[in-house]
Design a protein around this ligand. Structure first.
Ligand code: FES
Ligand code: FES
Length: 218
């Protein structure tokens, strides 16, 4: 993505050629994991509830977005032209969800939308209309940290902390989907999250520890 146009053009040629060869030889599924971590929630990221009205994603769109965030219903004005990330931070005041790259690369803005992990910087705010969102502020329940939050603290998986909300949301989503994840599923679950300072070993250990807490017999 950061390469020159010439490099990317060459890569398109190479990758397309490899893909066509794999299809011709019937190998296209050979490296697929059997039960991958998808983080797509119980509805497999499909919209299941019909909406009573549409909200447009336009600069002058005046429609109200009605959404549930961490169990509380919000009616939000003047956000239809924004991303979900900006609406959460600027209109609802939940600043736990971070903006790292604002272009879908770093995962710092990960939230759950109807159960599916999404990068909020890539989601138009109107998509939240009629949806249920969970942000990092909604992970703790009744004053008790989510097991993944506790494990991040105990394993020292937080340094500057900027990436941490995104990792926590991906990790929590993984544990909901795979309560006893394999090492491969743990690594898959955080492929969309970048950390520039802690490194990944402590983060992987924290997710393993959280899984053990949630599933002591596993
Ligand atoms: S801020 Fe959304 S992916 Fe980086
Ligand atoms: S803890 Fe600093 S970027 Fe991850």
């Amino acid at each position: 993505m950061r390469g020159t146009a010439a490099y990317r053009r060459e890569m398109v040629r190479v990758i397309t050629r490899r893909a066509l060869r794999a299809i011709a030889e019937g190998r296209e599924r050979a490296d697929w994991p059997e039960n991958p971590a998808m983080l797509w929630g119980p509805n497999h990221a499909h919209v299941t509830k019909p909406l009573p009205m549409m909200v447009h994603h336009e600069d002058d769109a005046a429609e109200t977005i009605v959404t549930t965030v961490n169990g509380k219903v919000y009616s939000v004005q003047n956000a239809a032209h924004k991303t979900l990330l900006r609406m959460l931070r600027e209109n609802i005041g939940l600043t736990g969800t971070k903006e790292g790259c604002a272009e879908g690369e770093c995962g710092a803005c990960t939230v759950l939308l109807d159960g599916a992990a999404v990068m909020a910087c890539m989601v138009p705010a109107p998509r939240a209309h009629g949806a249920e969102i969970v942000t990092v502020e909604g992970l703790a329940q009744n004053g008790a940290l989510h097991p993944i939050q506790q494990a991040f603290i105990e394993e020292g998986a937080v340094q500057c902390g900027y990436c941490t909300p995104g990792f926590l949301m991906s990790g929590a989503s993984l544990l909901a989907e795979h309560p006893d994840p394999t090492p491969e599923q743990i690594r898959q679950s955080i492929t969309g999250n970048l950390c520039r300072c802690t490194g990944y070993y402590t983060i992987v250990r924290a997710i393993e520890q959280a899984a053990r807490r949630k599933n002591p017999a596993g």
